[in-house]
Design a protein around this ligand. Structure first.
Ligand SMILES: [Zn+2]
Length: 304
């Protein structure tokens, strides 16, 4: 089953000819989760041939314009496409009023369900059969939150050839898949380990939006498969990063190392850098598996 992130925008405050403002799309089992929505996100979704109507949940990390000004276009586009299903927005509470104000004269064809993010606390904000989403506070000039998308632990895989061998009933199979041992008619205990194989490891993706260096997030995103972490600046602007509460490529790499991430995805690049190889070079001195965010590129997280 697919678990893949598509970058829709990788630039910081200013868009360029090839880089739009921040937005990521997670495809988890063909259900789409949009994370941040910079101006022009609808155009990017169109450009990369993504079915906008499949998006049911939008997560906004913080209320700097480059992360959410695309929301008005998105909400009206969904209505023009004739959406009927509820649309869920997870964001800081101030956004609700901004939306109400901006769209007060629009008659949307669907309901918006607003979920307020906690600015100070780590908590699970979304859950369905397959995944959970955890929100956690970052350190920026205004309240900013990161998001961890994680597959739920799957049931154990039963060894098919053992079903007839032990004459397992449906009820037995259900409990064995949950991890229980099997007791046969003679009262012998057959250990679960003998009957099943480990399920695939749950896959995960963390979105660490605008933030200064914040090692406290490492335990929350521990062992994440794909870590997106902003890196607005390279080391030559480390002071500026500190002043503006942004990160350098090295800061992001330190977080990836502390969190034991599988891969680090860097983005939110300042437009002052035309050659981005400096970001890979500096980050990989600390954490080896680094990739750069490229608009339109998808980053698949495979089962292991
Ligand atoms: Zn910001």
């Amino acid at each position: 089953m697919k678990f893949s992130v598509t970058v829709l925008g990788s630039s910081s405050a200013l868009p360029t000819a090839s880089r739009n403002l921040t937005a990521h799309l997670l495809n988890a089992y063909e259900r789409f989760f949009l994370i941040d929505c910079g101006e022009g996100t609808v155009r990017q979704l169109r450009r990369f041939k993504i079915n906008i109507s499949k998006i049911n949940n939008l997560f906004i990390s913080h209320l700097h314009g480059d992360h959410y000004f695309g929301i008005f276009g998105l909400l009206t586009t969904l209505s023009l496409l004739g959406r009927k299903k509820d649309f869920h927005i997870f964001a800081h509470e101030e956004l609700q009023e901004i939306i109400n104000c901006q769209l007060s004269h629009e008659h949307l064809s669907y309901e918006i369900i607003f979920h307020k993010l906690n600015k100070n606390k780590t908590e699970i904000i979304y859950e369905d059969k397959q995944i959970t989403v955890t929100s956690f506070p970052l350190k920026h000039r205004i309240a900013s939150n990161g998001f961890l998308f994680k597959e739920k632990e799957k049931e154990r895989n039963i060894k098919k050839e053992l079903i007839p061998y032990y004459k397992l009933s449906i009820k037995d199979i259900v409990s064995i898949k949950k991890g229980e041992d099997f007791i046969n008619a003679d009262g012998d205990i057959i250990p679960n380990k003998h009957l099943t194989l480990d399920p695939p490891k749950p896959r995960s993706y963390a979105f660490c939006s605008d933030t200064g260096f914040l090692p406290e997030i490492a335990p929350i995103i521990k062992n994440v498969d794909l870590l997106y972490h902003e890196s607005t600046f390279a080391d030559n602007m480390a002071l500026r990063a500190k002043e503006t509460l942004h990160s350098t490529a090295k800061d992001a790499a330190k977080i990836a190392k502390l969190a034991n991430a599988g891969q680090l995805l860097l983005g939110h690049f300042s437009t002052r850098y035309t050659d981005l190889s400096i970001f890979t070079k500096e980050a990989s001195q600390i954490f080896p598996n680094v990739v750069l965010a490229i608009d339109g590129k998808s980053y698949d997280i495979e089962n292991q």
